[in-house]
Design a protein around this ligand. Sequence first.
Ligand SMILES: C[S@@+](CC[C@H](N)C(=O)[O-])C[C@H]1O[C@@H](n2cnc3c(N)ncnc32)[C@H](O)[C@@H]1O
Length: 579
Amino acid sequence: MSPQYLTSKLIRKTRFVNIILFLFTTFLLFSLLYIISSSTSFFFTSSLSLLTTSNFDFCTTNYTNYCPCHDPKIQKRFKNTNHFRKERHCPNTNERLKCLIPIPKGYKTPFHWPKSKDNAWFRNVPFTKLLQYKKSQNWVRLEGQKLVFPGGGTSFPDGVKGYVDALNKVLPLTFKSGLIRTVLDVGCGVASFGAYLMDYEILTMSIAPSDEHEAQVQFALERGLPAMLGVLSTHRLPFPSKSFDMAHCSRCLVPWTANDGLYLREIDRIMRPGGYWVLSGPPINWRVNYEAWKIDPKVLEKEQNMLEELAMQLCWEKVAEGEQIAVWKKPTNHISCTQKSKTLRSPKFCNSSDPDNGWYTKMSACIFPLPEVKDINEVSGGALEKWPIRLNSPPPRVRNENNNDGFTLKTYIEDTRTWERRVSYYDTMLKSLSSGKYRNVMDMNAGFGGFAAAMVKYPVWVMNVVPFDAKSNNLGVIFERGLIGTYMDWCEPFSTYPRTYDLIHAHGIFSMYINKCDITDILVEMHRILRPKGSVIIRDNGDIILKVKEIIDKIRWKGTLVGNGTFDPQMILLVHNKE
Ligand SMILES: C[S@@+](CC[C@H](N)C(=O)[O-])C[C@H]1O[C@@H](n2cnc3c(N)ncnc32)[C@H](O)[C@@H]1O
């Protein structure tokens, strides 16, 4: 017998033994899980009678649309200057509600994706003020029991299609180029701009405060679109620096030149090097438009001049202007800007505070210097690939060896693979990820955005939430991958309306927060933001899962322990909200 023959025989034998060993271990593990799962459900079923008395009750119906950190009663305690009232003002711990938000009478499951982009059930958001107030601008109309969003807006009464076509003509690149993937729409109305950009595979984070035209953002969220309550007031927006490919404001009423240009400087912070700033409405092209706007041309001229001056200080280049739209480009690096500052003593560069801080951090009227480069043609921090290549190619912040967060390219690649595996398992577990039933997903502890990256193949978008004090702050990496998200502190409620997410993914959240605040409050908050008939996947250490399961019973959710499909010691608790 040849040595080759003996070697291959040995290999085959070893493989056989390995397979037997693998099957045996899998069997053992699943039996163990089954025993744990049935004993816990026995434990919980048998102890349910003890717990029923302490089950959470439903709040009264005036809490149906309650947003704890944007509660008009709390807002009244604060001054209204610069929209300060509209910022996040969360209830104190002792003011947190210990009841569950009731659903509106006649609530219906939202339309599946993509129909829901333009249609919603009136009963789910039964507000009529906006229908009347914005009638001429065609924002939304009522057709029988349905709200229809025809794509109108203050700047585009004839429809968002014409507006985006006009924008496409003036922009130096088209929305189809793959070079614009993440957009921030400030003062979004009902988010029709973002809804339309979805057709170009562009993810738009739409923000607006809760204001007198009630529930704009609630309408946007009911359509299943990426939106949050947010306002430019005194604090930075909850995003890292150098994040969005484009920022947009169509008649968003933000006083861009006020307070030493504070708000435009904030836009500069969150835009990536080479990003675009699109402004439409007054004062753009005022000579042509002032009569239609019925605004004094002198006022408009002054405003336009101040805006141009500010853009120059920021070293932005005006790349287009047409009809009511103007577009500026942020420089790809600060080489010439730094030279200018030496001679003109302007722009003012910030010399302290981390530009990536975005959680209750005050805005400052200075420019954050971009990472240094050697060559004028180099992109600060590193160039991004086009979408969709950028999703899985190593993001510059990971490639950059100077990152202080202690992760490496290897960790990042392993993370991506792990989440691909886990998400295919979730697909078999949930069965309907491809159906359009889940339109939006919240990942409460997004890490590198690996979960969201693996979800891209399904018709959903993911809000990647990164706790502001997470061990390593990867929200910048998430944006570099072409995904969107926000900072958050889960000891507080999220800036969204009730019933706004179809699926919530809570990975490691409870082990992270168990010693920080009451995890019951976190679960009550999850109950507030999950849609009726939505689902929750909780993935955490076994001991934590058992604690969570106990609270879940009290909030009337049915949780099932499921195996996690691997040898991973974490456990999964799956909740289908039957409400
Ligand atoms: C006239 S509407 C325009 C809505 C939309 N952009 C359109 O063109 O249809 C103005 C919007 O700006 C928002 N807004 C006003 N001041 C703001 C601020 N300081 N920060 C963020 N949004 C603001 C309002 O809530 C509202 O959504």
